[in-house]
Write a protein of this length. Structure first.
Length: 129
């Protein structure tokens, strides 16, 4: 069996390293959790404005009419997102209230910790308006 030269061995190891890095990056991108936090209305308005500008090529005069509508829309979107999130938290709380009586004390403590963690995540994702 013929041994590899140092440059070839180095090249092969480098190729394996790069392939591993690319594979890891692709896998971590697939496993990343989506961000469900609510954007502030100003950021929502900015994104809508930019999208309309890039797709419709609106004039400044048109934006004078459209920008107040976008501003109103962005506040409505943020409020709707908050309302849906509040509703989901209520559904989860009601479900837990229905079955908490069947849990052991240890299970109750774990569920209460889970609920506290969920509330903390919610408050981080949903800053006050």
């Amino acid at each position: 069996m013929k041994l590899l030269s140092k440059p070839k061995l180095t090249l092969y190891l480098l190729a394996i390293f790069v392939a591993g890095g690319v594979t890891g990056a692709l896998i971590s991108n697939k496993l990343r959790k989506p961000d469900y936090s609510v954007m502030p209305p100003a950021e929502i308005a900015q994104r809508i404005h930019a999208r309309l500008h890039s797709k419709l090529h609106l004039t400044p005069e048109q934006f004078q009419v459209i920008d107040p509508v976008i501003e109103k829309e962005s506040h409505e979107i943020a409020a709707a997102h908050r309302a849906v999130s509040d509703n989901i938290l209520g559904i989860i709380s009601n479900a837990h209230a229905e079955f908490i009586g069947t849990l052991t004390p240890e299970q109750k403590a774990t569920l209460e910790k889970m609920d506290a963690d969920r509330r903390d995540r919610y408050h981080k994702m949903m800053p006050p308006p």
